[in-house]
Design a protein around this ligand. Structure first.
Ligand code: CP
Ligand code: NVA
Length: 308
């Protein structure tokens, strides 16, 4: 069973092949209306369940459109409307869904829910974000980097802000794709030590630098994300803002990175908080390419899962 649960647990050559496939599929449908079918219809006859226990714009729409372009059908389900949200076990839900659908995409809170779904499903399961990781986002980011700058090997990526779920998947990608990463943020919001150790064990240089201006020196790519994630309690908002204010990505900070450094953000962004509009809408920003590439990268992920 080919589940796509995390970047670090997926074969490195397979990740590269998915990116190649994503680029080829994107090129093949250039200029077509969004709803037009791809020439190839690898998901013809396939039914895909998209389950959301948290809000989503990009993940929801990009998976839905991607399946349809490849000839498949989708059903979008809200976790709270399912029996899953009313006491049915994850294992039983996985067994039942596997009788109806060919592929499950799940966005949930605790990653144990995702892993349990994968354990008991007899169809592939894709991680559409958990409190701990967001691999589909980083596949899109890797595709975006390749489009703009080519090979990411040996490049310096700086993550400024909260060492959250998206940062975790970026650390996994550092290990798998061979780039280096510097985290700059407050000690209280450091990325998990396990993921830093993972990336280091694969040969990446992973540094922690509390001064964001020092951190971005020599950066090829600067990345940030919201200061309050969906799994964070709103009661922590003020504390988080106070801790993170110093790590805002603004034009001044970008000036300290390489002149041709790119800026990425998974979105949704809070303009004026973790990043200024000047950077988001500036020439170094590739945020909407990242958003678009969710579509193409995930189409490749689904094909890999289904071996079609
Ligand atoms: N980046 C991302 O996953 O966005 P959504 O929460 O809108 O799906
Ligand atoms: N870190 C954010 C990412 C949203 C796509 C969150 O988990 O809310």
């Amino acid at each position: 069973m080919k589940h796509f649960l995390d970047i670090h647990s997926t074969d490195q050559a397979d990740l590269q092949a998915m990116l190649d496939n994503a680029a080829a599929m994107k090129a093949a449908r250039a200029g077509r209306p969004k709803g037009a079918a791809d020439d190839e219809q690898p998901l013809a006859g396939r039914m895909v369940a998209l389950i959301f226990e948290k809000p989503s714009t990009r993940t929801r729409v990009s998976f839905d459109v991607g399946v349809r372009q490849m000839g498949g059908q989708t059903m979008v389900l809200s976790g709270k409307d399912m029996q899953l949200g009313h006491g049915e076990t994850i294992a039983d839900t996985a067994r039942v869904l596997s009788r109806y659908v060919d592929l499950i995409m799940l966005r949930t809170f605790d990653e144990s829910v995702l892993y349990e779904m994968a354990e008991y499903a007899s169809v592939p399961v894709i991680n559409g974000l958990t409190d701990r990781t967001h691999p589909c986002q980083i596949m899109a980011d890797m595709q975006t980097w390749r489009e703009h700058r080519g090979d990411v090997t040996g490049k310096k990526v700086v993550w400024s802000g909260d060492g959250n779920n998206v940062c975790a998947s970026m650390l996994h990608a550092a290990g798998q794709f061979g780039f280096n990463m510097t985290f700059t943020g407050p000690r209280q919001l450091d990325p998990e030590a396990e993921w830093i150790e993972y990336a280091r064990s694969k040969g990446s240089t992973i540094e922690i630098e509390r001064d964001p201006f020092k951190a971005v020196e020599g950066a090829d790519l600067v990345v940030t994300d919201t200061w309050v994630s969906m799994h964070d309690s709103q009661s922590t908002k003020e504390r988080r803002h106070n801790l993170l204010r110093y790590y805002q990505v603004n034009a001044d900070l970008m000036k300290h990175a390489k002149e041709d450094a790119l800026f990425m953000h998974c979105l949704p962004a809070h303009r004026g908080e973790e990043v200024t509009s000047e950077v988001m809408d500036g020439p170094q920003s590739v945020i909407f390419d990242e958003a678009e590439n969710r579509l193409h990268a995930q189409k490749a992920v689904m094909r890999w899962c289904l071996e079609v």
